[in-house]
Design a protein around this ligand. Sequence first.
Ligand SMILES: Nc1nc2c(ncn2[C@@H]2O[C@H](COP(=O)(O)OP(=O)(O)OP(=O)(O)O)[C@@H](O)[C@H]2O)c(=O)[nH]1
Length: 378
Amino acid sequence: MISLIHSRNRLLQNKLNELIKQAKDNEKKQELYEAFGFEVIGANSPEELRNLLLSDFVTRFQLKDVVLSFIDRHQDAERLFFGHDEEARINYEKRLLILDIVKDAGVIASFIKEPLLGRAVFEKYCWMMTGLITRDQIKSAAYLPLLRSGRIIGAMLLLSHDGNRFPQGVGTLFLQKLSAMTAIAVENCLNQQRLKEISYQDVLTQVYNRRYFDLRLNDEIARSIRRDDDLTCMFLDVDHFKKINDTYGHQAGDQVLISLVSQIKNQVRACDIVARYGGEEFVVALPATTLQIAHEIAERLRQTASSTMHRVQGRQFQISISIGIANLRSADMFQQRDEQDCNIISTMLLARADKALYRAKASGRNQIAVFTYDTELL
Ligand SMILES: Nc1nc2c(ncn2[C@@H]2O[C@H](COP(=O)(O)OP(=O)(O)OP(=O)(O)O)[C@@H](O)[C@H]2O)c(=O)[nH]1
């Protein structure tokens, strides 16, 4: 009898120990999720957030993969998440799905407001996994909605190779907390980035302003040096712009600038950086572009500008532009090869393009001049 009681006690003790261990494990797991949640909330940019959720999260919580999908109501999320970072786009585009509210209306409608665990996730949200190379190794999944003010802004899938990791019917409180924090962070980061973009934009022409261009040019120079790649810069300036303003009015002058910007944007690539550098002066940075190609682009721009007819109150007029070009591979500049020197190099590159522009103006305008090391060394 006594031995039976002992054996029951032992069983109960073992069960108790197991429950205590489970509670401790859960507490630890919750602490880890919470700590990660605070990091997510603290992310300063969409880029940082993207790396935290799609890389750090996977390694830190031993997941097979994470997929984040985001409903792009302002049609800017892709640009804000990936910017000009082509490498990140290739690495992450299968795991960061940007959903168009019209084109992807069907899949957006499949998002539910409650978390979902177990087999049902595979049945309902397999479309979120289709691009993953790890797809075949995924044995269990959790779906977490991203909600802001009761509205779904996206969803997150946590994917594991362990079939018991996200079973149906277990508590999801800490996952829900994490997804709530993620939703706040995503919205905050995108809003911050939108504000930043506004401060980098020229109000009249909607291209970047000088502040942004100077920052980006440094990045582009560093990248060109790293990849041993080319980079060409051109300054474009409307000829006798003051006379256009004086003759046709300031508003007509504004329209000329807007139309010129649209011509420039139509003739360069998406990766080229177009900015308004001053009043009627624009600058374009052309990564991975030789001097010869840049000259061809400049010639096309010059011809388009001078053959466009502008109309104001029944009167017609044409304009012309002068262009100055300089290249990073100029003998002395590229030799520096040190990313720390990007500031010096960028100042030098712009000064040279400006010097070439000055020569184009001095030689009669409506023409292109290329900075030459021999004759124009600063
Ligand atoms: N309409 C309009 N004019 C502007 C704007 N910003 C600057 N300007 C005018 O652009 C003119 C630039 O004149 P200048 O620097 O003398 O140059 P320019 O008349 O184009 O002569 P060159 O460059 O030597 O061919 C000035 O009259 C400015 O007032 C703007 O946003 N809109």
